[in-house]
Write a protein that binds this ligand. Structure first.
Ligand code: ACO
Length: 362
């Protein structure tokens, strides 16, 4: 059976998450995401995804301590960060640095300790590189702050604003894991060859980088800015784009055929965080008009807002540089990728689909 883009093909059984595209629901290890975002930390949900159950307070403390103990980069990685050309994009920098992470300790089979180490170092790579390129001093990681607060602290060089930290933590929890998306599939394919965790994660980072997957939030911002600057009315601008065959960034999803539950949660958080705001008003207007225009011009395709639409708006509200959008998504999704690599290793079969030859025969 041939299915372009493997649409509708089930490639694995998983205990990690359930994405219900018809009803717009997302469950991590059996818990609804809308319940998990209420009062739980990044570390608690990461524990749930790696170990399969919510942690006791001792287990949570142990995980937090291990994440903190891993808040350092080897010398050679810092050298890489300072020598790569300034114009190299941050996703390629992260991919290169993760490739250079100590290979000898990463053999088959992958371990949770490796997953924790990689989760701990990605925010450091992002913030060191960002500050190096801006010509700023790098900030030594805090040994006190939580995972998300430390990330903001290393980027900004001061204790983060509590509301910004809460919004970012919610975004990161909502994007930790999402079934067999393209980057997770990449990670599982690589792991299925019994290659180590590092290779699985670098494959996933390369896949995440593309504009149809993790690269979409920067596209959403460009889309909102284009509408803001256009002489056309919002609806005319949207309609012209669809008619020209352009994709509206932040809309459509391979699985969700209704509103993405993560977009709904982020929208609610954003309204609480910023209240009256020109950009938020514009985002809400663009969402409403785009859904209408897509229904009219692309009938039957069920195109609604996806997580990236309000992710871009949240990032703008907390004054994040667009260059940080996809890297930040990577800093959260590494938890899901590594959980899948671990699951793949438990009952491994190499992924090896087939293709139909349609070229000439001589
Ligand atoms: N804007 C306009 N039309 C769209 C959009 C969109 N955002 N998304 C899909 N369509 C149309 C396609 O043009 C196609 O129309 P056609 O039948 O006339 O050819 C139809 O809907 C189906 O499109 P497919 O590409 O087959 O849908 P698929 O499920 O493969 O794509 C994807 C999903 C890649 C997310 C797509 O909706 C898209 O490109 N969206 C914009 C980019 C984006 O927001 N990506 C983030 C996704 S969430 C994430 O990865 C974390």
């Amino acid at each position: 059976m041939f299915s372009k883009g493997l649409k509708g093909i089930i490639a694995a059984e998983t205990m990690i998450s359930q994405v219900d595209g018809e009803n717009g629901e997302l469950l991590y290890r059996g818990y609804e995401i809308k319940d998990l975002v209420k009062g739980k930390s990044f570390e608690e949900i990461a524990y749930l995804l790696w170990y399969g159950e919510l942690p006791s307070s001792e287990q949570l403390d142990e995980l937090k301590n291990t994440l903190i103990k891993n808040r350092y980069l080897p010398e050679h990685m810092i050298k890489i960060l300072t020598t790569l050309p300034a114009e190299m994009d941050l996703m390629s920098v992260i991919r290169t640095c993760i490739s250079a992470e100590g290979l000898q300790e990463y053999g088959w089979k992958p371990t949770v300790e490796q997953a924790i180490r990689l989760t701990s170092i990605i925010p450091i790579i992002i913030s060191y590189r960002t500050r190096i390129v801006r010509g700023q001093e790098i900030i030594t990681p805090s040994l006190e702050l939580g995972h998300v607060a430390n990330y903001l602290y290393m980027l900004e060089g001061k204790l983060p604003n509590a509301a910004h930290c809460e919004a970012l933590e919610m975004y990161m929890i909502l994007t930790l894991e999402h079934g067999m998306n393209a980057s997770t599939f990449s990670a599982r394919v690589t792991a299925s060859t019994e290659s180590e965790m590092i290779s699985g994660i670098t494959s996933a980072i390369g896949t995440m980088k593309g504009p149809l997957h993790g690269g979409a939030p920067a596209g959403v911002l460009a889309f909102l800015e284009e509408i803001d600057e256009s002489e056309d009315s919002t609806i005319e601008c949207i309609r012209k784009k669809i008619i020209k065959g352009e994709r509206l960034m932040g809309f459509g999803h391979r699985v969700y055929k209704t509103l993405d539950p993560r977009a709904a949660a982020l929208k609610a958080k954003l309204m609480e965080l910023v209240g009256e705001d020109r950009w938020l008003d514009l985002a809400i207007e663009v969402e409403e008009l785009s859904i209408k225009a897509l229904e009219e011009l692309k009938p039957g395709r069920s195109l609604y807002t996806n997580v990236e639409f309000y992710a871009a708006a949240i990032m703008k509200a907390i004054h994040f540089d667009p260059a940080l959008f996809t890297p930040t998504f990577t800093a959260s999704r590494v938890v899901g990728w590594s959980a899948h690599v671990l699951e793949q290793a438990e009952d491994n079969t190499i992924y090896r689909p087939e293709s139909t030859y349609i070229g000439p025969k001589y």
